[in-house]
Design a protein around this ligand. Structure first.
Ligand SMILES: O=C(CO)[C@H](O)[C@H](O)COP(=O)(O)O
Length: 228
C-alpha cells in the first residue's frame, strides 16, 4: 500500500516558488492552496501563478480550491496545468457535473469536506471522484493544530471506500506532522498534505522522506490496509 506526501506551498516563500518546488524534489505532488477571501478568510494565488508553477516544476500540482463558485473556476485550473483539482462540496453547485468536467479535461477530480461536513450524505458521489480530502483543520491558514476529532471521519470514509471497492485516494490536510501522521495513516488516510512540517524544517526534502517513512510504517500495521 503506497502513501503519498504532498508539501503545501502555503508555507513556502511565495517569491521563490520554483526554488521551493525544487526543495521538495521527491515529493509525490505539490499541494497548491487557492484561497479567495470569501470561502475562507485568506487570499493566496490564482490561475496565472498555477500556470507559471506548472511550467517551473516537473512535480504534478494538486490544487485545493478554497473558493466560492468552483463550478466556474475549477476547469480553468486544469487548463493552467493542475493534474488534480479539489473543490469543496460546501461551495459546489453541481459536484457531480463538476467532477465529470475535471476528469473530462484530463485531471484527477477530488472533493473536500470541511471539519463540520459529514461524509455520509456524499457516499453515492464517491465513484465520481479520484480523491476525497478530509480537512483536519478549518481551512484558511497553515500552522494550525491538528483536529483529532476528525479521526473517526477518516475511518468512516475509508470504510465506505472499501465497501464500494473503490480505488479512491483519501487525503488529509491540516496539522499533519511527525506527531500526527501515524494516527492519520492508521485511520485510513493515504495522501498526506504537510505545509509547516515540511517548509518549516531545516531540510524540506528530508522532512518529506521522514514523513513518508512514518506513514508507510503506520500503514503497514493498520488493519484497514492489512485485510484486503
Ligand atoms: O489547506 C490548508 C489550510 O487551509 C493547508 O494546506 C494546510 O493547512 C497546510 O498547512 P499545515 O500543514 O501547516 O497545517
Amino acid at each position: 500500500m503506497s502513501v503519498q506526501i504532498n508539501p503545501s506551498i502555503l508555507s513556502a516563500d511565495f517569491a521563490r516558488l520554483a526554488d521551493e518546488a525544487e526543495a521538495v524534489r521527491g515529493a509525490d505532488w505539490l499541494h497548491v492552496d487557492v484561497m479567495d477571501n470569501h470561502f475562507v478568510p485568506n487570499l493566496t494565488l490564482g490561475v496565472p501563478v498555477v500556470e507559471s508553477l506548472a511550467r517551473a516544476t516537473d512535480t504534478p500540482l494538486d490544487c485545493h480550491l478554497m473558493i466560492e463558485d468552483p463550478d466556474r473556476w475549477a476547469p480553468q485550473y486544469v487548463e493552467a496545468g493542475a493534474s488534480s483539482v479539489t473543490f469543496h462540496v460546501e461551495a459546489a453547485a453541481a459536484p457531480v457535473r463538476l467532477a465529470r468536467e475535471i476528469r473530462a479535461k484530463g485531471a484527477r477530480a477530488s472533493m473536500a469536506l470541511k471539519p463540520a461536513t459529514p461524509i455520509e450524505p456524499f457516499e453515492d458521489l464517491l465513484p465520481e471522484l479520484d480523491m476525497l480530502l478530509v480537512m483536519t483543520v478549518e481551512p484558511g491558514f497553515g500552522g494550525q493544530a491538528f483536529l483529532d476529532i476528525m479521526l473517526p471521519k477518516i475511518r468512516r470514509t475509508r470504510e465506505l471506500i472499501k465497501k464500494h471497492g473503490l480505488q479512491l485516494w483519501l487525503q488529509v490536510d491540516g496539522g499533519v506532522s511527525a506527531a500526527t501522521i501515524e494516527r492519520c495513516a492508521d485511520a485510513g488516510a493515504d495522501v498526506f498534505v504537510a505545509g509547516s512540517a515540511v517548509y518549516g524544517a531545516e531540510d524540506p526534502a528530508e522532512a518529506v522522506r521522514a514523513l513518508r517513512a512514518q506513514a508507510e510504517s503506520a500503514t503497514a500495521k493498520a488493519s484497514w490496509a492489512c485485510d484486503h
